[in-house]
Design a protein around this ligand. Structure first.
Ligand code: F0G
Length: 482
């Protein structure tokens, strides 16, 4: 996607696609939004889509498909075993990543289940740049411990460092010395590091990590779910890679890895997932689990139509014009919010724009979930649905105490090829309004708290009647405007 200079001097992201299928949206009035938030137990996961204007919850499974993907879906081969569609997908992944084997799975966390079941034992230590919620849950379920080795800069919400997702190689050496290579079944690198604001690692960092792992015989595992943003940032921000094509960067990175898994709900503009494996022995161990938990080896729980769409989507991912759309919209939103003095994660990453709730709501203590409270407040003020990525998304300590997360973010995801710039401008306007009234926003407390992945189903209440106050202020400022 191009950033085009207008004759007025502005530079704006310009969409390199046209919209040919649309879905009508409704923007319910604030009275309804107040009610809907209460019905959803102040958890944006529990809102109904009919009550949502812009759904910025996630980029997972909600990216727009291209005409080419839809066309490919019509020729899918739906044989249960030996589907030609599967072979097409296997060949495409082999072409891009150069890994000899591919095991299909229905989505990213299913891959994590297979990988953890095969490699993690009680007492295992799994170093990584940063955890993802489902990754950590699967490793812990098998008795392993996640050790996060992100560079210190990665946890600074505002920074100019281009690769905040880098893994600290010095810390990795230290962990290997301390625990011994035998207790480390693999080192995981997450592309487009989700929970710290969609931040990339550099190709150079991946190479350094892989070198240390090779020296100790430890396999490297890449979570490629958010690879497309990471590839774009490597090309844009890493001077040594400026003259490489996206395809060349993909291959150079894959060459350093022993296992690559991905959620095709993010990578490939479709739905599904899978694991690419280099080693025959490892393949044999993982392969047994696929028919047991996912489906036969030539579909693994995916629909053949989605597999056809992934094949085309992966090719589209190699096109810089296509993969720049998300990062450029996110950059636009981040720049506008920074200009308005609103605390956001910088530099702008992939996946979405991330508000720093700890600074937005300094008066709300972490045990009252500032990012969750901000998500509820933004929905009430705008009909925009974001996702809490902070303490609510963490599990409690074994003794039941709260584990305050290192970052307290409200994620506003930018599904790829979905929103227009005026919709993004509307979201920015309402965030700016909310920031002007931030003192009105209070905290949340659980009324129903599931023991595992509580952020998905948990229900909460406001700690005071701050939401009604906020709605009153909205009406006073904006009248009957939606
Ligand atoms: N790894 C990363 C980095 C992810 O972001 C996700 C999903 C997964 C693994 C799991 O994949 O959903 O297909 O099972 N992230 C979604 C999100 C849920 O909204 O960020 P999945």
């Amino acid at each position: 996607m191009a950033n085009v200079r207008f004759s007025t001097g502005d530079s704006l992201p310009l969409e390199m696609h046209k919209v040919r299928i649309v879905q009508k949206l409704d923007l319910p009035p604030i009275e309804r939004r107040l009610e809907a938030m209460a019905e959803a137990g102040n958890n944006t996961f529990l809102l109904q889509n009919r009550d949502i204007f812009l759904d910025m919850l996630t980029d997972s499974g909600v990216n727009a498909m291209s005409d080419q993907q839809l066309a490919a879906m019509m020729v899918a081969d739906d044989s249960y075993a030996g589907s030609a569609t599967f072979t097409k997908l296997e060949n495409k992944l082999n072409e891009l990543f150069g890994m000899p084997h591919f095991l299909p799975a229905h989505q990213g966390r299913a891959c994590e289940h297979i990988i953890a079941s095969t490699l993690v034992k009680p007492g295992s230590i799994v170093p990584m740049n940063f955890h993802f919620t489902t990754t950590k849950a699967h490793i812990m379920r098998k008795g392993g411990t996640v050790v996060e080795l992100l560079i210190d800069e990665g946890l600074k919400t505002t920074s100019e460092f281009p690769f905040k997702g880098n893994l600290d190689v010095g810390k990795l050496r230290h962990v290997i010395d301390e625990h011994g290579a035998d207790s480390i079944p693999f080192v995981r690198l997450e592309a487009g590091t989700n929970l710290i604001g969609g931040q990339p690692f550099s190709l150079r960092n991946a190479r350094e990590v892989a070198e240390v792992c090779r020296a100790h015989g430890i396999p490297t595992v890449l979570d490629a779910s958010l690879l497309q943003d990471n590839l774009y940032f490597i090309k844009q921000r890493e001077s040594a890679c400026r003259d490489m094509s996206i395809r060349e960067i993909t291959r150079a990175l894959a060459d350093e890895m022993d296992v690559i898994y991905f959620s095709a709900r993010k990578l490939g503009f479709a739905k599904g997932g899978g694991i690419c494996v280099r080693d025959d022995a490892l393949l044999a161990k993982m392969r047994e689990l696929i028919p047991l938990f996912e489906g036969f080896l030539t579909y693994g729980g995916m629909s053949v139509r989605e597999m056809e769409a992934i094949v085309v989507g992966l090719d589209e991912t190699m096109d810089e014009d296509v993969i720049s759309q998300g990062p450029q919209f996110i950059q636009f939103m981040t720049d506008e919010l920074v200009r308005a003095g609103i605390p956001v994660v910088t530099p702008a990453g992939g996946l979405g724009c991330h508000l720093n709730a700890m600074e937005f709501l300094p008066h709300v203590p972490q045990c009252e979930y500032p990012a969750g409270a901000l998500a509820a407040a933004l929905y009430i003020a705008s009909g925009v649905r974001g996702m809490e990525r902070g303490t609510m998304s963490e599990a409690r300590e074994p003794d039941g105490s709260e584990a305050p997360s290192q970052m307290e973010l409200l994620r506003l995801a930018m599904p790829r090829r979905v929103f227009t710039l005026s919709q993004v401008k509307y979201a920015i306007d309402r965030i700016v309004w909310l920031h002007g009234h931030r003192d009105l926003i209070g905290g949340l407390a659980f009324t129903e708290e599931p023991a595992v992945l509580r952020f998905f189903f948990g229900r909460l209440r406001p700690t005071s009647d701050w939401q009604a106050e906020l709605a009153r202020a909205f009406r006073a400022d904006l009248g009957d405007s939606l």
